[in-house]
Write a protein that binds this ligand. Structure first.
Ligand SMILES: [Zn+2]
Length: 175
């Protein structure tokens, strides 16, 4: 369907980070500090931001339920509470231009629920993901960023913020 599928090396420009990405990703990391502690799951924060710079929704791991993932919470909120008067078509167009910022690479596989965050992001029509830290294969294999790119989603990694995102999860990584 997408002609760019044949060109995996494509547009650096499209994937390029913008100045706005740093504060939004830092905000996602801040959210990850609010996660209820867990010995068996990462603490992650996510912020879904519209093209005009307004926040559509936020989420963090275990925010509403012990199995919640950050991106999942943000996407569920965005779907549940569109702005007053927004039609489904307008909502879809807004999400298509939105960026989701996540402190950790969105999961491709998960143990707790059938749909991974990568699948939820694609299903929501989101075309751009910015992340701080690639998921270490501690609980499930990573690979989310690569899979998202294969689906035509632009993925930007800001490794400058990886240490900070990782530090929130230091208790899982010790030893
Ligand atoms: Zn997830």
């Amino acid at each position: 369907m997408r002609s760019d599928r044949d060109h995996p090396e494509r547009p650096v420009a499209e994937a390029a980070q913008t100045e706005a990405d740093f504060p939004w990703l830092a905000a996602a990391i801040d959210l990850s500090r609010q996660c209820p502690p867990s010995a068996s799951a990462f603490s992650v924060g996510a912020v879904l931001v519209a093209a005009d710079g307004s926040v559509i929704a936020t989420g963090y791991s275990r925010e509403r339920d012990p199995h919640d993932h950050a991106e999942e919470v943000a996407l569920a909120r965005a779907a549940a509470a569109p702005p007053d008067g927004e039609t489904p078509g307008e909502a879809a167009r807004r999400l298509a231009k939105a960026t989701i910022y996540s402190s950790l690479e969105p999961c491709l596989r998960r143990l707790s629920r059938p749909r991974s965050c990568c699948e939820l992001i694609v299903a929501a029509g989101i075309r751009r993901v910015v992340l701080a830290w690639l998921e270490p294969p501690l609980f499930v294999p990573g690979g989310g960023a690569r899979w998202l790119r294969e689906q035509g989603v632009t993925v930007a990694e800001l490794p400058e913020l990886a240490a900070e995102a990782r530090a929130v999860n230091a208790h899982l990584l010790a030893g």
